[in-house]
Design a protein around this ligand. Structure first.
Ligand code: SF4
Length: 347
């Protein structure tokens, strides 16, 4: 089977073994690669349609108890000026985002235990009382009881990326974390009825093509409702300073293959892919992605949530971001989604 036939197989069956995924990750020429992107884009059009769903991202705390080797928020980065928003501020920012037309609010932070499940639950309730929006949480590993409380308070979705599906590689990336705990958390979230998002980082130090294939297979096995795929960008205040950045090409290939394997998943064109290339988000939207997650934070906080350096849109205010993103989406002949953009399997 040649490369294009393998792409066709993925397009029709949505199922490949590890060796086949590895082959798709390594096209021999630009024509093969273009075919992969074209078929992923075609499948995206047929399954989730032409709407691009916007998620308003509220980065409410840059404190983190963890020490992930690739992340600028890691606790050993003492040069970062950290912040925490009050519940009132978070609710206000979410309301402003809803006024700008966002139908999903993503509450994201480092792993910050200052915000108990009760505090987060109260924030979720207040946001939902104010506005007709879906709420996504992205706050890391918690206990089953905490996940349950927040789900009962109205949280609809949860993002918890595994970052790498290979346990040894995971251990090398996360000095104080455990791969099995990560998977256990993902299973708990599924069990509680959250729409679950996970994903990986493309180009992490020590990553191989086999690792990337394992990442894609794990996304398929978990049957995630959302898959976040972004390139590694080295940060100078981490142990990975000086390492090579993940490439646009490989990131787009992973996005495209994940679309072919998970036809109905919500797949964001990440801010990170827009950071490594000026057209990165547009290219991802044309290789299978159907979601964008604009930042809705006031501009004074944005530089202080520095997971990686040189993040785009750092100086922008939420209203400008909304217009800019809408322009990008329209320029691709697509429309901004007007509903929650929930996972719709097989419709
Ligand atoms: S990746 Fe998440 S858990 Fe790890 S240091 Fe960064 S914010 Fe904390």
């Amino acid at each position: 089977m040649d490369y294009k036939q393998l792409v066709d197989k993925a397009y029709e069956k949505h199922n490949l073994d590890k060796e086949e995924i590895e082959r798709l990750l390594m096209p021999e020429n630009s024509e093969d690669e273009a075919y992969l992107f074209k078929k992923a884009d075609q499948l995206r059009h047929e399954t989730v349609g032409d709407f691009v769903h916007l998620r308003g991202l509220v980065e409410f705390s840059s404190h983190c108890r963890r020490n992930c080797n690739y992340c600028g928020l890691r606790r050993d980065n003492t040069s970062l000026l950290r912040y925490r928003l009050s519940p009132d501020e978070i609710v206000d920012i979410a309301h402003n985002a809803a006024m700008l037309g966002y139908k999903t609010i993503v509450l994201q932070s480092g792993e910050d235990e200052f915000y108990t499940a009760d505090i987060i639950s109260d924030i979720i309730r207040r946001i939902k009382q104010n506005d007709d929006v879906a709420v996504t949480l992205c706050i890391g590993e918690r206990s089953y009881e905490e996940y349950k409380l927040m789900r009962q308070a109205g949280a609809d979705r949860y993002l918890l990326k595994f970052e790498t599906a290979n346990p040894e590689h995971y251990a090398a990336m996360h000095p104080d974390m455990n791969y099995d705990d990560r998977i256990r958390c993902l299973m708990m979230l599924k069990d509680l009825g959250y729409e679950v998002g996970s994903g990986n980082i493309v180009g992490l130090p020590g990553q191989t093509i086999a690792h990337l294939a394992e990442d894609i297979m794990l996304l398929k096995e978990l049957d995630v409702e959302m898959a976040g795929i972004g390139p590694f960008i080295p940060h100078s205040n981490t142990p990975f300073r000086g390492e090579a950045m993940g490439t646009l090409e490989m990131t787009l290939r992973v996005v495209a293959i994940v679309r072919l394997m998970l036809p109905y998943a919500n797949i964001p064109a990440t801010t990170a892919v827009g950071t490594i290339h000026p057209q990165g988000r547009q290219k991802a939207l044309m290789a299978g992605a159907n979601v964008v997650m604009p930042n809705v934070m006031p501009s004074q906080y944005r530089p202080r949530y520095e997971i990686y350096p040189s993040k785009i849109c750092i100086g922008e205010q939420p209203a400008n971001c909304r217009m800019c993103i809408e322009g990008i989406i329209r320029s691709l002949g697509r429309e901004v989604g007007t509903d929650y953009g929930s996972y719709k399997a097989g419709q």
